[in-house]
Design a protein around this ligand. Structure first.
Ligand code: NAD
Ligand code: G6P
Ligand code: MN
Length: 437
């Protein structure tokens, strides 16, 4: 029997997770499910926790559900710890978006200055959680969904020395579904190989007969007459089509987040327009969240409402629950996860974290070897990885020079006075959550 603990239990995504666990009840011998939050999220956790209890009761399962504001009490003897917390909640995300945008830079949850600051706020907390885990549940797996998931996972493994950490993202699911629908071939009959970093990966696709279908997908998704298919269903990313010749040149399928880099100017222009004339994503999400919690309050609601699909993280449960079930049952299932490179991507350090297709067994993720990337991708990914490493270093040390270096390396931040101004404004705006700086 297993004990699962979810940190950030008050998240509106919790019904996703519960639905996923219920669907996999045959593979998951769950005894206890603990939701943990902090005072600021207590009310949300009460509401969504009651909803979770109703879902579990409706499925006639005898899982014990506990809601707690005491992380240590919750972590005791846990087998799996999943994280879905947001330090500073959506108000902090709003600052990550608005401050860069007001200075003409991209303001986004996981990219550019905002993504760097989300890492600065989150990494100290994940390292604290790991210190508690060392005392209370030394054999537990840490399944990280908290963004920026790649950097948080790397901090947990490299600095927290928690080898049993796996990071997750739902973006690969969107691309798998897209490829299946564009080719008219069921997902189970396609074979995918992803490699890169979280929110910065490419993929290739084969069919049952072993024929590679990547080039066909590039044509069917990105050629100028096909671009209505270029929407991979990510609700939070403005879907400007990629340049067909550029994708063809690389010969790999990009992920939705590559738009911020390959289409930096139009994506920035769109973000600034939204910000000046309308609202940023954090404000949209605040409204969606408020509607969701109104629904969750309904004592008759005992299933995940459709409205949750308006959040960018839809299908998160497929990733989290498949991962737990695969570790628990030593299944060897291929999944896309953030894990230690170990040579899978020849162009990156062995000890860094990458997001790759990996076989999931009882001892964790074994990444499939990808090999070398073409120079056009290699140059960008090496820069991005060095940026991530520098962000983590700054988050751990609180070193201002390291923070400025992270900004300088980041391709979405031009070096100079504006970078320094945005860095200083964000440091001030988030000072309550940045004890190291
Ligand atoms: P949210 O704003 O609802 O926050 C979730 C909960 O975390 C809140 O109830 C909050 O009180 C709690 N929290 C904050 N600090 C905490 C702490 N120190 N300890 C415990 N709990 C704490 O966030 P959300 O929109 O539900 O997203 C949750 C997280 O999941 C975010 O980090 C988000 O970026 C991430 N996410 C990741 C993916 C992915 O692909 N990996 C997809 C969607 C969301
Ligand atoms: C995508 C990403 C997540 C991100 C989310 C944002 O699904 O994979 O990492 O957190 O979108 O969605 P939101 O609804 O919060 O804007
Ligand atoms: Mn993600």
């Amino acid at each position: 029997k297993i004990k699962i603990v979810t940190i950030g239990g008050g998240s509106s995504y919790t019904p996703e997770l519960i639905e996923g666990l219920i669907l996999r009840q045959a593979q998951l011998p769950i005894a206890e499910l603990w939701l943990v939050d902090i005072e600021d999220g207590a009310e949300k956790m009460e509401i969504v926790g009651s909803m979770a209890e109703r879902m579990i009761a409706a499925a006639k399962l005898d899982w014990q559900v506990h809601l707690s504001l005491d992380r240590k009490e919750a972590l005791k003897d846990a087998d799996y710890v999943t994280t879905q917390f947001r330090v500073g909640l959506l108000d902090a995300r709003l600052k990550d978006e608005v401050i860069p945008l007001a200075n003409g830079l991209l303001g986004q949850e996981t990219n550019g200055p905002g993504g760097i600051f989300k890492a600065f706020r989150t990494i100290p907390v994940i390292l604290d959680i790991i210190e508690d885990m060392r005392q209370l549940c030394p054999h537990a797996w840490l399944v990280d969904f908290t963004n920026p998931a790649g950097m948080v996972t790397e901090a947990a493994i490299k600095y927290g020395k928690w080898e049993k950490t796996v990071g997750l993202c739902n973006v690969p699911f969107g691309h798998i579904t897209q490829a299946s629908s564009v080719l008219g071939v069921e997902e189970k009959d396609l074979y995918f190989k992803f490699a890169g970093l979280n929110h910065f990966h490419w993929h290739r696709v084969w069919d049952q007969q072993g024929n590679e279908r990547t080039a066909e997908l590039i044509d069917k998704i990105y050629s100028p007459d096909q671009q209505e298919k270029s929407d991979e269903g990510l609700k939070n990313i403005h879907q400007i089509p990629f340049n067909y010749d550029q994708v063809k040149h690389l010969g790999l399928l990009p992920c939705g987040y590559h738009r911020y880099y390959y289409l930096q100017e139009p994506m920035l222009a769109h973000a600034i327009e939204e910000f000046e004339q309308y609202e940023t994503r954090a404000e949209v999400v605040k409204k969606t969240e408020a509607r969701l919690f109104e629904l969750y309050k309904d004592v008759n609601l005992n299933y995940k409402p459709e409205e949750l699909s308006q959040r960018g993280g839809a299908h998160y449960s497929d990733a989290a629950c498949d991962l737990i079930a695969s570790i628990q049952n030593n299944s060897g299932k291929l999944m896309v996860v953030s894990t230690r490179n170990n040579g899978a991507l020849a162009d990156l350090p062995f000890d860094c974290v990458v997001e790759v297709t990996a076989a999931i067994t009882s001892h964790g993720a074994e990444p499939l070897r990808w090999g070398a990337l073409p120079p056009a991708a290699r140059g960008m990914i090496q820069l991005m990885k060095a940026m991530e490493e520098t962000v983590i270093e700054a988050a751990v040390s609180g070193d201002y020079g390291a923070a400025l270096h992270a900004f300088t390396i980041n391709p979405l931040i031009p070096a100079g006075d504006t970078a320094i101004k945005v860095l200083d404004q964000l440091l001030y705006a988030h000072k309550d959550y940045l004890p190291k700086f």
